[in-house]
Design a protein around this ligand. Structure first.
Ligand code: SF4
Length: 454
């Protein structure tokens, strides 16, 4: 049985060799709209550790919050809440000289090296700039340090007097890495450091990063969407979705035996080198929700193939269950869009609106399915409410009948704060954020595959 880690306890294991401790970290961007002041919840309460000397991969779809998380760790974005303890000091409380000094310890390599390379400066000046700013030792020692850094990243000392445009993409990334290393940081956030490079050059830069880690005792947070690169370079991996860490643990274990439904889906999308392989790809419906309007309950609930069904509907046909999930999302979208006065007027005047016809929607979702009478009655009532543009009533009725613990429903009562907990799912301490690890809801592993194409 999996060990439960309750929200009140420390959700990450004690480890003496921890360099960065992140606790319930949130980064929200406040809305500025006249009618809509909901914040964008880019990072929404994450807790994990980064161990000294390791490479922790951070993966997830575009927009899941991984770059914001990396930037928040370096205080390039302001945390809304939570703690980031770097060697025991909460850096979210630093300011002025203390923050300036701390920044020497933690640096970032960007996806696009050109963003940190000024075309009017020589390579020597670019790498030396942070040393000049921090008045590091003497000017003579700075120059010598830059030459050593050029050696370390595989460039020539005579490159000191050349300009960025004289170098290839891979060489420019080497220059960016040398500049990052100038102040001798302990911790580096690598934000998609090879994704803009040719495949052959990617391998060279990855090898260089591994060599530098060993030489300078570096700790990396490696942000990437290329899972094969992550599998190659990372000791552990954290999987992120809609501002949450869904699973975190040792790389090989997570890749060969994923515990979280989202990790299953993400890994199933990796292209299979063997064309005769019978590995099935898990198709996720729709796109990730808008982080300004995250779903109640589990962040993955609007797309999860393993979403838990309420009592009485455990054996409901998969396609009907999927249709109900899509209908719920559609109603949520309509409810938000209802604020448009123009659309209301068009509807009242009998013109077509972008909301479409609800009867057609019903036909599209359920028309060809054998819907049980009891379910059909509920759905017809929901459609009637929606046709009258009473989306809230339609959603309430749908939730009363089909609300799941994954949507934040407990005994048919909605509790938006009811989220999954982090469960320890292996002896290595791997964690997964999903109700499915609770004994009450546990199903055989096949649940993910069986429902993947529903
Ligand atoms: S809590 Fe529910 S919706 Fe979230 S990942 Fe687990 S099964 Fe899927």
């Amino acid at each position: 049985m999996s060990q439960t880690v309750t929200p009140d306890s420390d959700p990450v294991q004690e480890n003496d060799d921890v360099m960065v401790e992140i606790r319930d970290l949130k980064t929200y961007y406040q809305g500025t709209g006249l009618f809509d002041r909901n914040p964008v919840k880019a990072v929404d309460g994450v807790s994990f550790d980064i161990h000294r000397g390791e490479t922790l991969g951070l993966v997830g779809e575009s927009g899941c919050g991984k770059t914001t998380l990396g930037r928040t760790l370096l205080q390039l974005e302001t945390a809304t809440a939570g703690e980031i303890r770097f060697n025991g000091t909460d850096v979210t409380t630093l300011s002025g000289d203390d923050l300036y000094e701390w920044r020497r310890n933690a640096q970032m390599v960007f996806q696009d090296p050109d963003s940190s390379l000024n075309d009017r400066m020589t390579i020597g000046e670019i790498i030396r700039e942070p040393l000049d700013v921090h008045e590091w030792k003497t000017p003579r020692e700075r120059k010598q340090h830059v030459r050593e850094l050029l050696d370390a990243v595989g460039l020539q000392r005579e490159h000191y007097f050349r300009y960025p445009h004289q170098f290839s993409g891979g060489q420019r990334q080497r220059i960016g890495i040398a500049r990052t290393l100038a102040l001798e940081p302990e911790f580096i956030v690598l934000d998609e450091p090879v994704s803009a490079l040719d495949v052959s050059v990617q391998a060279e830069i990855i090898n260089l990063l591994e060599d530098l880690q060993e030489e300078f005792d570096l700790t990396y947070l490696f942000i990437a969407h290329d899972l094969s690169v992550v599998r190659h370079i990372c000791d552990r991996v954290a999987v992120m979705y809609l501002g949450h860490i869904m699973e975190i643990g040792p790389t090989e274990e997570l890749f060969t035996d994923p515990a979280n439904p989202y990790t299953h889906a993400l890994l199933s999308a990796i292209p299979e080198p063997n064309p005769t392989s019978d590995k099935e790809r898990i198709v996720l419906h729709g796109t990730p929700p808008n982080p300004r309007y995250p779903p109640s309950g589990c962040p993955f609930s609007t797309r999860c193939p393993a979403r838990i069904r309420p009592d009485g509907f455990e054996t409901l046909d998969d396609e009907i269950w999927t249709g109900i999930r899509i209908l719920r999302e559609l109603l949520r979208e309509r409810r938000r869009a209802e604020r448009s006065i123009r659309e209301r007027i068009r509807g009242r005047l009998g013109y077509e609106t972008r909301f479409g016809n609800m009867d057609e929607t019903y036909q599209e979702l359920f028309g060809e399915l054998d819907v049980p009478a009891e379910v059909e009655d509920i759905l017809q009532s929901v459609i009637e409410h929606a046709s009258r543009h009473d989306e809230q009533c339609a959603i309430d009725e749908l939730n009363d009948a089909f609300g799941s613990v994954c949507d934040g429903f407990v005994d048919s009562v909605e509790d938006e704060t009811h989220k999954p907990e982090l469960y320890t799912v292996s002896e290595s301490g791997r964690k997964s954020y999903c109700h499915r690890h609770d004994e009450t809801y546990r199903e055989p592993d096949t649940v993910f595959e069986d429902r993947s194409n529903s």
